[in-house]
Design a protein around this ligand. Sequence first.
Ligand SMILES: [Zn+2]
Length: 236
Amino acid sequence: MENQMRLIIELQGIDGQIRELQAEIDREPDRLKELRDDMEAKQELLHETVGELKAIKAESKDLELSIEDLRSRLKESNARLTKVKTEREAKALHKEIADTDAMIKEREARVVELKESIEGLAQKEKDTTGAVGQDKKEVGKEKKRLDKERKHYDKLFSQLAKQREKLASKLDPELRTRYDFLLTRRDGVAVATVKEGVCLQCYMNIPPQMFIMLQRAMKVETCPNCGRLIYWIGHE
Ligand SMILES: [Zn+2]
């Protein structure tokens, strides 16, 4: 029986390693996902910037065309000014000229404003494009690293699985079933150490009689509280 408990302790050691390895493997894709999410957010920003830039450029072009129209209208009005006959006509024409002039100035000011926005957005587009490119590289690198690491983990995994099988095959079948059951039901920890009469997994006291027995011999005993297979720390 003593031998069986030793086997179980050893088996738990290997299962602990397998568990840690699994946690590490599970964590891996999260890093890639983070990088990808980051990249996608920047791509979205780039998309928005390009759209905004296009709209502003179109507005600016429309304004420039309308300014050209207004200028030719101004020219015509000025030409007509030389041919007016009455004071009233002249007054009306002067007003029209002044209004058109004001409209041109207003639109020109808006074009200047838009030009600044276009410059800002073009810079943003350039910067974001660069950042997206950088992110793409990072994602590619991370994928490669992940593949390499995955291969390494797979190798480790199969080594541990072999070791595990070798040990488990030496266990009494009934004990093995109990161990495997506990492993899945007790968060990957089927075995607990007992120190000063306390189970170090659930922190409950072991009955004194059982504790004495545990100290005397390395028998397979069960914690009355958490059900794990227990052994005295002095037998480690
Ligand atoms: Zn316990």
